[in-house]
Ligand binder design. Sequence first.
Ligand code: SF4
Ligand code: SF4
Length: 424
Amino acid sequence: MIEIRRDTFWAIPFAYSLLMYVLATIALLVFLYGFYRRFRLWRSGRKVNIQWADVKANASYFVDMAIKQQKIKRDRLYGFMHRFTSYGFVILFIGTCLVVVDYDLGIPILQGSFYLVYEAVLDVFGVLFLIGLFIAMIVRARRTRNRLKHGWADQLFLWLFAAIGIGGYLLEGIRIAETGISYGHWSIVGYGVSKLLQGVPAFGVAWYPVWWISHAILAFGLIAVIPYTKLFHMLLAPINLLFQPVKRTGKISLPYNLEELTEEKRFTVAGVQGVKHISDFTSWQLLSTDACTECGRCDSLCPANLSGKPLAPRSIVTKIRDYMVPDRKITSFITPEELQSCTTCGACVEACPVSINHIDLILSMRRGLIQERIIEQEAEHALMKLDEQYNVWGKAWSERDQWSRGLDIPLLENDKGNDDKKGA
Ligand code: SF4
Ligand code: SF4
């Protein structure tokens, strides 16, 4: 009876396998250092404890956004692209973890019929992964989405991920062709590749270790750079969706109770808690900016941006992310005009697939401007009049009904019990 199991280090000399472990360790350390660097910056913000009630409330939203990807699939083609690449990536990642469990932890799971299904599933999801990447490459090359940025790094990452996917099939094909294993056809794609590669010297057993270590270098290299690039969103978007304090579109959070302050007549600028420096943001607000995918959905719907005002919500988010140093003053990299151009309409929050709350960020910084008395003169006058006369025009109480004089409008003051509505 044939033994069905994974031969992880087939045809790999000891020196190559040792090199692979060294590379894996370096990649992990670089990754952890990058993560720690950002973690320290998030921690420099104001502390907000995780509210488990929020996590519970976020759970179904998380399923809709991270798993069903409902916001992303509003753009049909890009929706397919993102689901193919993300589902493919997650399944291939789980597959790699199972290899670690099987070989490195010595728990033999990749054998028998489970191993055959494992091979088939990974091959199918690998194809989806590659299809998704090729859609993204074509869309970016043809520039059919104006909202996307077209930096060289975006294309490079797509090509590197594709090289890892194709490399995996190549290795599988060589292994099946050289060993002639009877269950090779379970690796649906790898089996086809083995037929194509048969007899090609560059894809024989002699070159196999070279292809194998190149594949490992690419994969570990990409893992290492995750916390230093926008790929970080792969990790932080799900965290942000699940753990972010619940603040859905339309709900504006205040760092004070406006009613209480007004009743107690102690509503002064000194009582406002705004963001003047990076460290005035909460830790969650800072973390959320690292989850940005730079997809530009927020910019493409922002009325201020579309009408030529000096505001682009994506750049507000990415500037906070890129200038994240605790003592850095907000006004050193974001202008008051940008912040004052926001209408708080909420279109950006509604569009954002990773649940970044632009309004919350912008209003926090606007409060900081007020604390520093950086405020448009017209707005300052309106606020002062509101404070003194309870209306933005500064009309005296005695003049409030002036507009109705001479008109046949009954006065509520004559109506008993409605004194408080006088002049309404
Ligand atoms: S809330 Fe502000 S930043 Fe967001 S879309 Fe509306 S105007 Fe633009
Ligand atoms: S803030 Fe959200 S919508 Fe805007 S670019 Fe980043 S991920 Fe996209």
